[in-house]
Design a protein around this ligand. Structure first.
Ligand SMILES: [Zn+2]
Length: 314
């Protein structure tokens, strides 16, 4: 499975979960695209980076993989950002978004994230959708752990703007941050919103499709018209793109919910291809989550927890 996953990812060039040691990063180039004044999208390998640059130094949202840290610094320099990276905000704990943590912390950046992200990085564990996708991750070294963590929200004041960091419970994981740049009308959503097809939902990491939907709906409500939405992976999107994605999440969830109510098993749902209408658009050619894997994610989000055994401890 792991091989298949890596192969698929790399074929598609998205590599959302490919661990650093198995990749050759020497050929990766970091490209930058302006999002607003002093705000850029950086793309290399792994998750999208938003970079706010200016006289106070740089703030990054996510930091891809460790071997790319120097290339990211060089890209910032090319943008005229000659001050060091002061803050890195992690949107979630997956290693294609946090791989550069140690390198940036060692050069003086303060790592910022949700409380649960720190715990998951510290402990390691299994990333997975409760079904076909499962991958072990090792505990992170102490230096890669966020020094500043928060429970609900946090604001960073830098380069004359506010950067608002907001936690949405149980979405892609249980430690997700969405990062708003209100003055620029830009938001970075981490992997709550991706554009490689059906999304990965880390059920083992506390993710749940209902939390993903709630987060997206709140972002749509919060942003002003014309907003630019940075997904965890893929091209910058509009609010209409995000609305379309929410529609897919809601409709596919409703299909699985209906099948659950009718007493169908997961195997039966897959066999009957109940997500059929959505598959052509979102799977498999466009992403590493095929229809069956996404059905796993939805099923494991929506199935009621088993009742507690009578007499079981508390
Ligand atoms: Zn992720």
């Amino acid at each position: 499975m792991r091989q298949r996953l890596l192969m698929l990812c790399c074929l598609l060039g998205v590599c959302p979960l490919a661990p650093a040691q198995q990749e050759d990063y020497s050929q990766v180039q970091i490209t930058s695209t302006p999002l607003a004044a002093n705000l850029y999208l950086l793309e290399g390998a792994g998750g999208n980076i938003a970079a706010c640059v200016g006289p106070d130094g740089a703030l990054l949202v996510d930091d891809e993989f460790a071997p790319l840290a120097d290339k990211i610094r060089a890209a910032l320099k090319n943008l005229g950002a000659d001050k060091p990276v002061r803050f890195v905000i992690n949107t979630h704990y997956h290693f294609d978004h946090t791989g550069g943590n140690l390198a940036f912390a060692q050069s003086g950046a303060v790592l910022v994230a949700h409380d649960n992200l720190r715990t998951r990085l510290e402990r390691g564990g299994t990333v997975g959708n409760g079904g076909s996708i499962s991958m072990q991750v090792q505990p992170s070294p102490a230096g890669a752990l966020p020094m500043v963590t928060y429970a609900n929200e946090l604001t960073v004041h830098l380069n004359g703007v506010e950067v608002r960091v907001h936690h949405y419970p149980r979405a892609h994981t249980d430690g997700d941050s969405v990062v708003f740049f209100p003055a620029a009308n830009v938001v970075h959503m981490g992997d709550i919103f991706v554009r490689y097809g059906f999304p990965f939902i880390d059920i083992n990491g506390g993710g749940d499709v209902r939390g993903m939907i709630a987060a997206c709906v709140d972002v749509i409500r919060t942003m002003r018209p014309g907003a630019r939405v940075v997904p965890g992976h893929g091209a910058v999107a509009s609010l209409d793109d995000l609305r379309e994605y929410v529609q897919m999440l809601e409709d596919t969830s409703a299909l699985v919910q209906k099948a659950l109510k009718a007493g169908q098993t997961l195997e039966r749902m897959k066999k009957d291809k109940i997500l059929g209408a959505w598959s052509a658009r979102y799977s498999p050619a466009k992403g590493f989550i095929d229809t069956d894997a996404f059905t796993d994610s939805l099923y494991n989000s929506l199935i009621p927890p088993p009742p507690r055994a009578v007499g079981a401890g508390h």
